[in-house]
Design a protein around this ligand. Structure first.
Ligand code: F3S
Length: 408
């Protein structure tokens, strides 16, 4: 987003009192962060938000400095003003030993969660808050940080959020407001590029591939354009969350318009600048982001980026009934979804087959570098980070093929 160093953002009398420390040190720090951000980006004022979603939860990413900042904010009386949920942590909070997590890491991760919880943050530890209660509606201002969820909120739900960083999301939670700039403003939500999808898409793998292909094309252009995507004749929630994660990762987008899906897409005429996505474009993009791997090289199978829905957990349970996996299989999801899976009997089936359901975490933020060599996944986003962060080789397959891979 373009930085516009303008005059100091206008603060209300109450906001000025918070800045002067009237509501304690944590609120003052939070207001300082928001005022600085608003000034850098040329915001005219702060707007109230209805919810916040915070990223920067794994101790693997936060480190000691991040933990210290959070503990200080909690010690200094920081309290959330609106519903605030958390992104995945570095481990399953209840079941970390099964994942091979180091006990010292677990201790520090628990301190991170404790600091957030003391401030009133709900420790959902998930990148899909919209699956269980943090569901903003059309036009609502929110301050979310997780890139896939930001895209989902803007493009599928029609809410308004920039992609926040960890500190700015926490600041928004403690004040209940965010600076009014970027995607909070109608004029910045207009599409500038028409994308015609001329191939039929099916499943999370295909939608992830679309994000890879389109993201790559958008990144190659001089100016980043918000696309208006035409030709996608239908998409499930699961396909959309896969696409959101992928287009945010490969194209750095926080908003797209998809005809028939994005509520605002009806407000805009199709831009003249047009490009087409064919089946070849998709497959070429997938091949670019994968190294060739040997048959039988897969030693890790991962589903749940973004976190799996209950429906997807049911599909895995169906496929694994009375079978045994032959490779390490991690299924990552949110704890509220796992609880429903427990009730439905899915967890018992998956665990009887030898699969691991890891709640609260994911294969990207958990400290698993060196644990495996080659991962099979349906997720374009997981593929990107498995290669760049964990140095795994990657194989992208359809959801059902990935489950099959675990059984092979
Ligand atoms: Fe979610 Fe982790 Fe993927 S945060 S989108 S499962 S990288």
């Amino acid at each position: 987003m373009e930085k516009i160093q303008g005059p100091l953002m206008e603060l209300s009398p109450e906001e000025k009192r918070i800045l002067a420390g009237e509501q304690g040190k944590a609120a003052r720090k939070a207001m300082e962060i928001l005022a600085a951000l608003g000034t850098i980006y040329g915001a005219d004022r702060l707007v109230p938000v209805s919810s916040v979603q915070i990223a920067g939860v794994s101790y693997d990413n936060l480190g000691e400095a991040g933990l210290e900042f959070l503990s200080e904010m909690a010690d200094h009386g920081g309290k959330t003003q609106v519903l605030t949920t958390l992104n995945p942590a570095g481990m399953d909070i209840e079941n970390w030993r099964v994942l091979g997590i180091d006990p010292e890491f677990a201790r520090q991760q628990e301190r991170v969660i404790e600091a957030y919880t003391r401030m009133g943050v709900v420790p959902t530890c998930s990148c899909t808050p919209y699956l269980f209660g943090n569901v903003p509606h059309y036009g609502e201002h929110i301050a979310w940080a997780e890139s896939s969820a930001v895209c989902y909120a803007n493009a599928v739900l029609g809410a308004r959020t920039n992609r926040e960083g960890g500190p700015s999301a926490l600041a928004a939670a403690l004040i209940g407001k965010t600076p009014n700039y970027g995607l909070h403003l109608s004029e910045n939500r207009r599409p500038a590029l028409t994308v015609r999808v001329v191939t039929k898409l099916k499943g999370t793998r295909d939608f992830g591939a679309l994000g890879m292909a389109l993201g790559r094309l958008i990144e190659a252009r001089k100016a980043k354009a918000i696309p208006l995507i035409r030709g996608v004749t239908g998409a499930t929630l699961e396909e959309l969350k896969s696409f959101c994660a992928s287009i945010a990762t490969y194209g750095g987008l926080a908003l797209f318009h998809m005809e028939g899906i994005t509520p605002e897409s009806v407000l805009f005429p199709a831009p003249d600048d047009t490009l087409a996505i064919t089946r070849d474009t998709l497959e070429e993009a997938v091949s670019l982001f994968q190294e060739p791997i040997l048959e039988d090289a897969v030693d890790f199978v991962s589903l749940g980026c973004p976190h799996l829905s209950l429906e997807e957990l049911g599909r895995v349970a169906d496929a694994l009934t009375e079978k045994k996996v032959k490779k390490t299989l991690w299924i990552t999801t949110a704890r509220p979804i796992k609880r429903m899976a427990d009730q439905m009997g899915y967890t018992a089936v998956i665990e009887a087959a030898g699969g691991v359901i890891a709640a609260d975490t994911c294969c990207v933020v958990a400290p698993i570098k060196g644990f495996f060599h080659t991962v099979a996944t349906d997720s374009a986003k997981a593929c990107y980070y498995a290669a760049s962060k964990n140095k795994f080789k990657t194989l992208i397959r359809s959801f059902d093929e990935v489950v099959e891979e675990a059984l092979r």
